[in-house]
Design a binder for this molecule. Structure first.
Ligand SMILES: [Zn+2]
Length: 265
C-alpha cells in the first residue's frame, strides 16, 4: 500500500510574515521536489479539511480558541493576547491565524483517521508538527497542536493506543504535557538538550504523572551530536518503546531542524 501524501495549497495560509523563519514555502518546495524526483504525482496530494472547533476543543480550551478567532479578526486586546501567548515575536498575529492553524490540524487528523480506519498503512502530512501548542497558549510558532488534537481524536473515535515519537531538534513539550497523565498515549522525544535551546524542557526526569507515570520518555542529546549517536539513540529507544507499549498507531513528528544546516538549532 502506498502511503497517502497530505498537502493542500491552502495550508500555506499559515504564514506569519515575510521575515518569519517558519515559512510555508518549505511545504511547496518539499512537494515539488518529490514530484520532480518522480516519487509523487500531483494528483496523489490529498488536500486536508479544516478542523472543526469541536475537534480543536478536544485538547484546547474554548476561550483560547475564541481568542485566536478574535485575533484573526483584529479584535483581541493586548492584555488577552499576552495571556494566550499570541502576538509575540515568535507567534505574531496574522489575518488567517485561526483558519491556517485549524487546517494544519485537519491534515494530521485526516492522516491518523486514514491509518486508524485501516484505509492506509501510512500517511504523511507535510504541514504537521506544531508540537509546542499548549492547552490555552500559543508558543514557539505553534497555535493549535495538530498532533495532540489528532491523538485525542483517534483515542475518542477508535480507542487506539498511540505512540508519539518526536525527533524535532526542540523538545515536544506541548504533546508531552497534554498527555502527561495518560497511560494510553506514550510520548517519546529525542531533542537537543534544553540547556540552551527553547523550550528548555525535555529532561530524562520528566516521566509522566499519576497513571501516566512512565509513559513520557525523553532523550536529550547535546548540540553537534552526529548521525551515528543520533541513530543509536533513535533505534534503541524506539524499539524498547514499541516492545513495551505495544501501540496501535505510531505518530511521528519529523521536524527537520535537527539537520546540520538548520540555522536555528
Ligand atoms: Zn523545532
Amino acid at each position: 500500500m502506498r502511503p497517502i501524501y497530505i498537502f493542500g495549497e491552502d495550508e500555506t495560509s499559515y504564514r506569519f510574515h515575510e521575515d518569519h523563519p517558519f515559512n510555508p514555502l518549505r511545504l511547496e518546495l518539499t512537494t515539488s521536489l518529490l514530484i520532480a524526483a518522480g516519487k509523487l504525482s500531483k494528483s496523489e496530494c490529498v488536500s486536508p479539511p479544516l478542523a472543526s472547533v469541536e475537534a480543536l476543543a478536544l485538547v484546547h480550551d474554548f476561550d483560547y480558541i475564541e481568542a485566536v478567532q478574535a485575533a484573526a479578526a483584529g479584535e483581541l486586546s493586548t492584555l488577552k493576547a499576552n495571556k494566550f501567548g499570541l502576538g509575540t515575536e515568535d507567534t505574531p498575529i496574522f489575518p488567517t491565524i485561526h483558519e491556517g492553524a485549524a487546517r494544519l490540524v485537519g491534515g494530521t487528523i485526516h492522516a491518523l483517521d486514514l491509518v486508524a480506519s485501516g484505509k492506509a498503512e501510512r500517511a504523511f502530512h507535510v504541514g504537521g508538527g506544531l508540537h509546542h501548542g499548549m492547552r490555552r497558549k500559543a508558543s514557539g510558532f505553534c497555535v493549535y497542536n495538530d498532533a495532540a488534537v489528532a491523538i485525542a481524536h483517534v483515542r475518542k473515535q477508535y480507542g487506539s493506543r498511540v505512540l508519539y515519537v518526536d525527533t524535532d531538534a526542540h523538545h515536544g513539550d506541548g504533546v508531552q504535557w497534554l498527555f502527561y497523565d495518560d497511560d494510553d498515549v506514550m510520548t517519546l522525544s529525542i531533542h537537543e538538550t534544553g540547556r540552551y535551546l527553547f523550550p528548555g524542557t525535555g529532561m530524562v526526569t520528566e516521566r509522566g504523572n499519576g497513571k501516566g507515570y512512565g509513559y513520557s520518555w525523553n532523550v536529550p542529546v547535546d548540540a553537534f551530536t552526529q548521525d551515528d549517536s543520533f541513530l543509536t539513540c533513535y533505534e534503541t529507544v524506539l524499539r524498547e518503546a514499541c516492545e513495551w507499549f505495544k501501540p496501535d498507531i505510531i505518530l511521528t513528528q519529523n521536524g527537520a531542524d535537527a539537520h546540520v544546516f538548520d540555522p536555528l538549532t
